[in-house]
Design a protein around this ligand. Sequence first.
Ligand code: PMV
Length: 324
Amino acid sequence: MIFSTATAVSHPNIAFIKYWGNTDDALRLPQNGSISMNLAELTTRTMVTFDSSLPRDIFDLNGVRQSGPSLERVSQHLNLIRGIRGFSVPAHILSESNFPVGAGLASSAAAFAALTVAAVRTAGMEMSEKDLSRLARRGSGSAARSIPPGYVEWLPGSSDIDSYAVSIAPPEHWPLTDCIAIVEDAHKKTGSSEGHLLARTSPLQSARVADAGRRIDLCRNAIQKKDFDLLSQLIELDSNLLHAVAFTSNPPITYWLPQTLVLMQAVKDWRRAGIPCAFTIDAGPNVHVICESSATSIVKERLGAIPGVSEVLTSGAGGGTVLI
Ligand code: PMV
C-alpha cells in the first residue's frame, strides 16, 4: 500500500571528526570516517505527499517555492526512492527548519535525513536504520549521520552497501552543548558538494585522510570516557585540517571571516582560563563552540558580547530522525 503522506523530523549534526572529500562522488562514499553529535534544539520537519495529479515535484522550503538546483537535488533523491519502490508519482515536499539554512549549520544533513525517512514511509516501505542511513547518504553525505540518535560514527565503507552511520552513544550519555555563534547567516558561496570535489586538489588532503583513522579512534574514546580535554584537542585539530585543505584547494576556498578567527582565539583563551569549551567550524564562517553543559550560560553570554556575533544558538545532543 502507498501512504499518501508522511512527516519526519530530523536534526542537523555537528561533526567532531569531519567528512571532506569522496572516493566516489556519485555514491557519496567518503574518503574518511567521521563522528558527530546530533543537535536536539535545531529541527527540520519535512512532509512528503505523493500525488498523481501533480505535473512534477513541488518543493516548498520555509514557505518559499523552490526551483533550479535546490528542486533538482530533492527530485533526484526522490527518484532513487521511487526507483526502489518502482513507481514515478510526483511529490509535494514541504520542509521547515528553525535555523538558518546554508551557513555551515549542516542544514542539508537534517534536510536529506528527514526527506529520506518521510519519503520511504510515504512510498509504503519499511527500512532498517542502517538502510535509511545509506539512502540518506546519497542525498548529502552528512545526512547519513542524522539518522541514528546521539553521538554517531559514519563507517566510511568501500561501497554503497557498507557506508552508513551508527550510534556510538545515546544523547543522554554526555550532556555537551553546541553554542553556535552566527557571524553571517547568508547562503554560503561554496557549497560542501563543491568543496568535496575540490578536496583532492589540495596537497594536504592525503595527509588529512591518512591520519583520520587515528583521530576517529581517539574521538570515539574521548566520547566513551567523557574526556573533554582530549575531545577539545581533537575537534580543533580536525577542524583546522579541513580548513587547511580548503585554503589550499585549487581554486582555494576561504570559509572564515575575520570574526571567525576572533572567536577561535577567544575560545582558546577561555579554555586556558578553565572553561571547558572548544571550537569547530564547518563549511561556513559560523563558529560552533562545544562545551560541557555546566559552561553553557557563560559561553553563550561571552559569545554574544563579541562584536559581529548577531545571534548565539544553543543545542544539546539530540535523537535521530523520526516519523511523527
Ligand atoms: O554532507 P555535506 O556534503 O554537506 O558535507 C558536510 C561537510 C562538513 O559539514 C563541512 C563536515 C561534516 O562532516 O559535517
